[in-house]
Design a protein around this ligand. Structure first.
Ligand code: DX5
Ligand code: ZN
Length: 232
């Protein structure tokens, strides 16, 4: 196990490019391109065609790209059975695993299992899942991920109406003085990152706006980092 999100400051605005928007034919070079651009983690979107209506990548791909960087692999499992599949992803090189609260009745067991694998742990909320659903687990995880689109596809529009949920989670994290990252995922770009930072998100997932930016990845990552001054 390399670094996990526990080694990264929750007071810094961190950029996690989603490789879903990369050119998969040149994945290693694409990851090196965003690492050289100054990103802080690499976001890996895993879809099973069951929890979400799309299929992306599995452990063999994670193992192959592990050679491209030492940055934390921030693995987002959009799958129905994280209990079974967390381990192969960690063995392939995942440093951090986020799973969806909607896919299990026993989140505590999944959290405990991922901890035994040595990875840091995150829980994710789809747009329809209220902030309070995560309150019970705040002191047991390293990261909360608030979806700002319906999971399944890149390139969708940012849901600004998720910002009160981000703020409610940040207020609760602050009230309890917890060291938990608050991540947002979906439609993040130069025009939406400010709202996310002001609501309290310190970890910004961005696929399209980083990998497909006509101004290049260096500029794209720098613009996202600039929102740190707005962090709540
Ligand atoms: C959505 C994924 C996101 C998505 C982000 O299901 O979890 O990580 O790929 O892509 P953009 O930034 O293009 O919305
Ligand atoms: Zn994601």
């Amino acid at each position: 196990m390399g670094m996990t999100v526990k080694d990264l400051s929750t007071d810094k605005l961190l950029v996690s490019p989603s490789i879903l928007a990369a050119d998969f034919a040149r994945l290693g070079a694409e990851i090196e391109r965003v690492c050289e651009a100054g990103c802080d983690l690499i976001h890996v979107d895993v879809m099973d065609g069951h929890f979400v209506p799309n299929i992306s990548i599995g452990p063999p791909v994670v193992k192959s790209i592990r050679k491209s960087t030492d940055l934390v692999f921030d693995v987002h499992l959009m799958i129905s059975d994280p209990m079974t599949y967390a381990e192969p992803f960690v063995k392939a090189g995942a440093d951090h695993i986020t799973f969806h609260l909607e896919c299990t009745d026993t989140p505590e067991a999944v959290i405990a299992h991922i901890r035994t694998l040595g990875a840091s742990v995150g829980i994710c909320l789809k747009p329809g899942t209220p902030a309070e659903t995560a309150f019970l687990y705040l002191d047991k995880v390293d990261l909360i991920l608030v979806m700002t689109v319906e999971p399944g596809f890149g390139g969708q529009s940012f849901m600004a109406d998720m910002m009160p949920k981000v703020r409610a989670l940040k207020d609760e994290i602050k009230r309890r003085k917890l060291n938990v990252h608050l991540e947002v995922d979906g439609g993040l770009d130069a025009s939406t990152v400010g709202a996310a930072a002001r609501a309290g998100a310190n970890m910004i997932v961005a696929g399209t706006s980083v990998f497909c930016n006509p101004e290049g990845a260096v500029r794209a990552v720098a613009v996202l980092h600039e929102a740190e001054k707005e962090l709540y």
